[in-house]
Design a binder for this molecule. Structure first.
Ligand SMILES: Nc1nc2c(ncn2[C@@H]2O[C@H](COP(=O)(O)OP(=O)(O)OP(=O)(O)O)[C@@H](O)[C@H]2O)c(=O)[nH]1
Ligand SMILES: Nc1nc2c(ncn2[C@@H]2O[C@H](COP(=O)(O)OP(=O)(O)OP(=O)(O)O)[C@@H](O)[C@H]2O)c(=O)[nH]1
Length: 453
């Protein structure tokens, strides 16, 4: 998947014209790729050595003078959350409008750089004059352009591509980041060796994290896995901290940086209190996970079956039902190969995006099977619509008449429906229940975003 550049602006400012200018007039190339919402059209563009895809977010319509329609804002925020830069298009002929100001102030709260394009500036001298008043938006230099005639688009692209990483840099961002965590002695180092052993492992210290954090990179079938802070796993081998020492803080840091957490448990000990603490953290951070139940070779196969262990672990970790479990032996290498497959599945679920229309089909169906609860006053819960607002972890906002009417059991039911119909395997799935009239509530959770580059 290429880096994404989002086009934002009020209706009729010339967004489509700009997309055509940047991507060529030929038929839209629609990227049918997993991980990208199908509601939006992605088209490929080039500028010098940079390659990217452009997405038109559709016009930002207002329901009154000052507020976006919530659904449109959700959609735009979802588009921004996966973009490396946004081009905010305004109409130079029309001049600065209240709507532009509103969009600008919203854009300033979004975690993405913005380049301001003042469109419909056909003549160069006139263009600079028209563009000048847009400095007031506080988004830096306004670039006068004519999307139709092409004036000024070179300078605009020059600026925009400052934020578009080269393909080399981008590939690094596309790696799956994996943290191996677990209590002392569960076999983390042994698993690390088993995972990296025969494959060519490159040890690469990376900047910006704990000074002595060392990541190891494993490649398989053209995919890259960055095993995070392997120094933290190995270090204890050299220093005698005593058996009780366990740097949970270091584990927490590794979890934070990861996409997928390999949560290692010792089958002989089962799930301990410390394990529950780690599990809780994985969920709080919204990370995908694979539960690795290690030392399977040490289990007496005559007296216990894998199903018994599945059950014991499943009962204790009932709140991580969504995570795959694999029973391994780092010592004999049994099922170690399977771990990377499970990481792939979990990473896929974690970054999955589903279109609004599909989400609403699932809701419609779910409600038909099982109506939302009715309050004592006889008022029934109503779901107006839902939309996926972000990924990593996948987060679906449900707009309802009154969130209080939806009890835990109905919320669990809904989550289960989404999982059954749409997958989201190996990852937490967040549902945000929002009252339609609560504007503040709608703003919640809309800007969490994995930082790109
Ligand atoms: N003079 C001039 N007109 C332009 C330019 N770009 C677009 N227009 C005109 O502005 C109008 C809107 O252009 P679109 O590209 O459809 O605008 P949009 O922002 O995609 O509109 P929505 O799809 O409604 O969000 C059309 O009549 C275009 O011909 C330009 O560079 N110069
Ligand atoms: N039987 C058996 N023993 C294992 C297995 N994996 C690891 N061990 C043993 O368990 C002990 C701890 O293994 P490590 O890999 O050092 O565990 P760790 O989780 O890295 O330990 P800390 O560095 O203390 O956090 C060692 O004696 C290993 O030989 C396994 O799959 N089966």
């Amino acid at each position: 998947m290429l880096p994404i550049v989002a086009i934002i602006g009020r209706p009729n400012v010339g967004k489509s014209a700009l997309v055509n200018r940047l991507c060529g007039e030929q038929d839209a190339i629609v990227f049918d790729q997993p991980g990208v919402t199908r509601d939006r059209t992605y088209r490929r563009a080039f500028w010098q050595d940079r390659e990217f895809q452009v997405v038109d977010t559709g016009g930002l319509v207002f329901d009154d003078e000052t507020e976006f329609l919530p659904l449109i804002r959700e959609q735009a925020e979802a588009a921004l959350s996966e973009s490396v830069v946004a081009i905010f298009v305004v109409d130079g002929k029309l001049g600065l409008t209240a709507g532009d100001e509103e969009i600008a102030s919203w854009l300033r709260s979004q975690p993405v750089p913005v380049v301001l394009a003042v469109n419909k500036c056909e003549s160069e001298t006139q263009g600079l004059t028209l563009a000048a008043e847009f400095w007031n938006l506080g988004l830096g230099e306004p670039f006068p352009i004519s999307a139709i005639h092409g004036n000024g688009t070179g300078d605009l692209l020059e600026k925009v591509t400052e934020y578009v990483p080269s393909m080399d840099e981008w590939e690094e961002v596309e790696e799956t980041k994996v943290a191996i965590v677990g209590r002392p002695n569960v076999g983390k180092s042994s698993l690390l060796n088993a995972l990296t052993g025969e494959k060519r492992a490159i040890v690469s210290p990376i900047s910006g994290t704990t000074r002595d954090a060392i990541d190891m990179v494993v490649e398989r079938d053209g995919k890259t896995y960055r095993l995070i802070d392997t120094a933290g796993i190995r270090r204890k081998k050299n220093v005698d901290y005593g058996t009780e020492f366990f740097s949970i803080n270091r584990a927490f840091k590794a979890i934070k940086r990861a996409d997928v957490v390999l949560f290692v448990i010792d089958v002989l000990d089962g799930v301990t209190e410390q394990d529950l603490k780690l599990a809780g953290r994985i969920i709080d951070e919204g990370k995908a996970a694979v539960i690795v139940v290690n030392k399977w070779d040490a289990v007496e196969k005559d007296t216990h079956t894998i199903y018994e262990y599945q059950k014991i672990i499943g009962d204790r970790l009932y709140f991580m039902e969504w995570a795959d479990r694999v029973f391994t032996s780092a010592m004999t290498g049994k099922r170690v190969d399977k771990i990377l497959d499970l990481i792939d599945t979990a990473a896929e679920g974690h970054q999955k995006r589903v279109s609004t229309s599909v989400i609403n089909e699932v809701i419609e169906d779910a409600v038909r099977w099982h109506s939302p609860p009715t309050s004592r006053q006889g008022k029934q819960g109503k779901i107006y619509y839902g939309t996926q607002v972000t990924s990593k972890p996948p987060t679906i906002a449900l707009f309802v008449n009154d969130p209080k009417r939806f009890n835990d059991s109905y919320r669990r039911y809904m989550e289960k429906q989404f999982r059954q119909q749409l997958g989201f395997h190996g990852t937490p799935l967040k549902l945000l229940w929002r009252g339609k009239s609560l504007r503040e509530g709608e703003k919640m959770g809309s800007s969490n975003r994995a930082t790109k580059v």
